[in-house]
Ligand binder design. Sequence first.
Ligand code: PMV
Length: 345
Amino acid sequence: MTPLKTSWQAPSNIAIIKYWGKYGNQLPRNASLSFTLENAKTITTLTGEEKYASTNIDLVFLLDKVENQKFGQRISKWFETLLPYFPFLKEFKWVIESSNTFPHSSGIASSASGMAALALCLCDIASHFKSRSLETLTFDQKASFIARLGSGSASRSIIPFLSVWGKHSEVLSSSDEYAVNIDIPSVVRTYRDTILIVSPDEKSVSSSVGHGLMDLNPFSTARYVQANTNLTLLLDTLSQEDVHGFGKIAESEALTLHALMMCSDPSFILMKPQTLKIIEKIRLFRNETNLPVYFTLDAGPNIHVLYPQTVEPEVLPFIKSELLSSCHDGKILYDKVGKGPEKLS
Ligand code: PMV
């Protein structure tokens, strides 16, 4: 049999309403919403060669042509969880060749884009086999479901522009099992996400540890209610193209995520002094100009500056003159809302 082979690229995403807390088999405690990015992507080629004995999962993971055993082991564990849906995974030796369009040491996690690109490759290859599992789902829903089992936020990277993952009363088709896209007002398509790299280091605490800490966090129940309420409010601001209302919720969500980590046991402070310095400058600039420039943060110190394209001519000079000097080695990534994954072969 000729080897099975396919290539996909998938983008990273930045959550505006944050997913922080999970249960069961990678199910979210609250619904989340994210911008799908355009420039930060993973490109993955998956090749499967038939084996004589179908025993264990057998794979090699190459990042930029170099074997990466740490991520390879994570993918092996993920593949084990996929066997009920894709039993053929045991019958082939898999070679996964991946590269990212964003630099290694940029503090940008590659798990969302990486798992999404690989989930798309897997679903593509699965279509060669007669399997009835997940047959009620569309191709995108299936890829999002599979990506979710690798990394929760990866489920959102399958969807263009604006993605919602988690059951929510205001989003009819929403599900805890996969992400869906929602109608987007035109202003959203123009949003910029300028990523200020304060520290290129890996996260000081993994997402899975962070999610786990929520189980004993005294504010967790209130937080899950708040996140779902914030999603309702955010959808309202989007439908009215209220860019200030949108930004206010985005900042509050980011700071809440960080506050939750600060008051967990053990406690983690994920910001650096430069993060706070940049936040103060963004707020000062906004107060002085009334331009809709807001920020969000992942579970780390880097700042995502969010603004619609219309204000780019004022915002970019501000970033260069006021914020660049607080970034590690002057590192900035210019990204924007993007159109989602693409099949390459
Ligand atoms: O997908 P995970 O398990 O890496 O969790 C991601 C959590 C945040 O990035 C902090 C928030 C989110 O919704 O993406």
